[in-house]
Design a binder for this molecule. Structure first.
Ligand SMILES: Nc1ncnc2c1ncn2[C@@H]1O[C@H](COP(=O)(O)OP(=O)(O)OP(=O)(O)O)[C@@H](O)[C@H]1O
Ligand SMILES: [Mg+2]
Length: 275
């Protein structure tokens, strides 16, 4: 594995350079990612979009420092994933909210801030986090009245919003979100997407998001990375140049509908090119 960074790795960007990942399962070897190259400036909302098994979660886990790459390098604002994870410069929003059931929503969120404070003992130069006010973020996500409720007293959509709030209050410059809305019904999903959009447009941290939904990808993102089926490669990076701030009204616009079609057709094209 090569995790060394070139001296010129820019500190204001995420650079994924020639990253490959192979899983060795004894009798068979799975090539999950092959030669992935991506660069994003700080403050970009990026979505990984591609068929099941193309390596989206694997790439996210590499960025989070949870998985080692077989080849290549990653720079997260000048740090390796392991360094960024140690300094708590990466926040992870899981598919299931994963809240502690015996704590209130507010306490769940404060706990994650408290745990991350351990990283504050690091030299100032290693700290990039700007923790946010938990009550402000809860209010922005429509949870002010439920701050003192236990997770079991919330709906699935509200729990996911709480998980997003927990991600934001950590103040990490990079947020990784792996299909955070996949367990929700379509209406709830649409509402929560718009909430996320609203909160994100106010603070614009760098997000790498995974979804199977083209409209979700287009609504939220600055860039959609369309991947090919296994082994996962980057087929195309589509710029979503729709104006911001975006709101529900954009869903009806011809520009939005065209962009969704474009992303879907690029996905099909990547699939066919791979056959
Ligand atoms: N720990 C592991 N051991 C062996 N193979 C793995 C492991 N994790 C992932 N893989 C394989 O790597 C490939 C990519 O998996 P990954 O979970 O990254 O895909 P994905 O794009 O997130 O799929 P989905 O959309 O279904 O979540 C798959 O073929 C999977 O079987
Ligand atoms: Mg996955």
């Amino acid at each position: 594995m090569n995790t060394s960074l070139g001296a010129a790795a820019p500190t204001g960007a995420i650079v994924i350079d020639q990253v490959s990942k192979t899983f060795d399962r004894g009798d068979d070897v799975v090539r999950a990612l092959v030669d992935v190259n991506l660069t994003f400036q700080e403050g970009t909302f990026v979505t990984l979009f591609g068929p099941s098994g193309c390596g989206k979660t694997t790439l996210l886990r590499i960025l989070a420092g949870l998985e080692e790459m077989t080849a290549g390098t990653v720079s997260l604002f000048g740090e390796t994933p392991a360094q960024a994870a140690r300094a708590k410069n990466v926040a992870w929003v899981p598919q299931s909210a994963a809240l502690l059931p015996w704590l209130s929503i507010r306490s769940n969120i404060l706990l994650s801030q408290f745990v991350n404070r351990a990283a504050d003992r690091m030299p100032a130069g290693d700290r990039k986090r700007i923790p946010e006010d938990p009550d402000k973020v809860l209010a922005e996500l429509g949870l002010a009245d439920f701050a003192h409720a236990r997770p079991a007293q919330l709906s699935g959509g509200m729990r996911q919003r709480a998980a997003i709030a927990r991600g934001f209050v950590q103040g990490a410059p990079l947020m990784l979100m792996d299909e955070p809305f996949s367990a929700l019904d379509e209406l709830t999903r649409e509402a929560i997407r718009l909430r996320l959009l609203d909160v994100w447009e106010k603070n614009r941290k760098t997000v790498v998001f995974v979804t199977h939904s083209a409209p979700e990808a287009v609504l939220l993102s600055d860039k959609v990375v369309v991947m090919t089926p296994r082994p996962g490669r980057v087929h195309r990076v589509v710029d979503i140049d729709l104006p911001r701030p975006r709101s529900r009204a954009i869903l009806e616009s011809a520009a939005f509908i065209d962009k969704v079609r474009e992303v879907q057709s690029i996905l099909r094209e990547g699939w066919e090119a791979d056959e």
